[in-house]
Ligand binder design. Structure first.
Ligand code: PLP
Length: 364
């Protein structure tokens, strides 16, 4: 009975920039009368992202979503699938958008297992994979924003000649791009990410030489003025989306500090929890012992009106729309997805709410 009086604590409770913080940007958009196609807001955002992630060189293309960014990155680096190279190798331990983006580019996803320690695909393991000869694209995921072995993937792509895209959708706060890194990295600004504009994303390119190809992929395949020289999509970010991300960046230092306090607080109360900076502050993950333990923990949380979620389900290969695609055996994906449970994590989660979550877990 007592629990009925408790306020629910949702697993995610995004807070995007306030109306007052975006107003100056909106007024500027009114004055500019330029709403998409590389307007002032988008250009400004792209410059800021270059500065934050790539130093002075490189290119950033703002996109309408993380998924549009993935599609643009695959089309820009691999092009569409061919009969000789029909496969896109990707992990199953990710959000469905990773594999769905490959399908949108004509590829058949081929699911491989992840490393049990990093939760990501391993470049050394994949180097020996029998399907490499048929792979026209590879997507490496930063699960929950946990950054994979970027230098290892650069070497892998250089040695095999296979284009690799880094799906770092959730990694805005954890990503550090190593020097001379040339693979496309995709971010998402979805509302559930640490820096959100509702929908939005970006492709970051350390290599500027092929930027035109990526740009065309996001702009209906148009290059040389208005000629459709390739098959593309409309994946451009609008000025309004860019205004939201810019306002979010203005308040980023404060937001980042609030996120760090929540991670520290969680760690004090629940020492085994996985939080930022190992993963993005958008998540707090409890490593349960096994599937039964996770079910028991989740039931206790539900009983205390605390939200929780298995963010990647049981792996994409178990989702009905993806279960017919080929892949390897998945012992690590199974073990990890059975054990990792997402707990509430958002910028204004109060210490008293973390106490309540810890109390609910007591004895579990
Ligand atoms: C790992 C991963 N990849 C891709 C995406 C797709 O991003 P978006 O929702 O912005 O299209 C997400 C979004 O949640 C994600 O978590």
């Amino acid at each position: 009975m007592k629990t009925l009086n408790l306020q629910p604590i949702p697993v995610a409770y995004p807070r995007l920039p306030s109306a007052s913080s975006i107003l100056p940007y909106l007024k500027q958009i009114d004055a500019n009368r330029w709403y998409s196609n590389q307007g002032e807001m988008v250009k400004n955002l792209q410059q800021k992202l270059i500065g934050r992630f790539l130093g002075s060189t490189g290119n950033v293309l703002a996109t309408s979503s993380g998924s549009a960014g993935l599609i643009g990155a695959i089309l820009g680096s691999s092009g569409r699938a061919t009969p000789e190279k029909p496969l896109c190798i990707c992990p199953s331990f990710t959000f469905v958008a990773t594999a769905a983006s490959a399908v949108q580019c004509g590829f058949t996803p081929y699911f491989v297992d992840v490393d049990p320690n990093t939760w990501a695909m391993s470049p050394a393991d994949l180097m020996q994979h029998p399907m490499l000869a048929k792979a026209g694209a590879i997507i490496v995921v930063a699960p929950f924003g946990r950054v994979p072995d970027l230098p290892g993937w650069q070497r892998f792509s250089d040695e095999t000649g296979i284009p690799v895209v880094i799906d770092a959708a959730a990694a805005f706060d954890t990503l550090r791009v190593p020097p001379n890194f040339r693979l496309p990295i995709v971010l998402s600004f979805h509302a559930t990410k640490v820096l959100g504009s509702g929908e939005g994303g970006a492709i970051m390119l350390g290599e500027t030489a092929k930027a035109e190809q990526y740009f065309a992929a996001l702009n209906h395949g148009l290059s040389d003025g208005r000629v459709a020289n390739s098959l593309g999509t409309n994946g451009k970010m609008s000025e309004y989306q860019a205004a939201l991300v810019l306002a979010g960046l203005e308040g980023w230092a404060e937001r980042h500090l609030a996120n760090s306090r929540i991670s520290q607080n969680y760690q004090q109360k629940i020492p085994s929890i996985v939080v930022s900076p190992k993963i993005s502050a958008a998540y707090a993950l409890l490593e349960c012992e096994n599937a039964q333990h996770l079910a028991m923990v989740q039931a206790r949380l539900t009983n205390s009106r605390v939200g929780s979620r298995k963010w990647y389900g049981n792996g994409v290969h178990n989702e009905p729309a993806f279960s017919h695609f080929p892949g390897d055996a998945m012992p690590n994906t199974k073990a990890i997805s059975e054990r990792l449970l997402g707990l509430p994590s958002y910028c204004d989660l109060a210490p008293s709410e973390i106490d309540r979550i810890a109390d609910a877990l007591l004895g579990a």
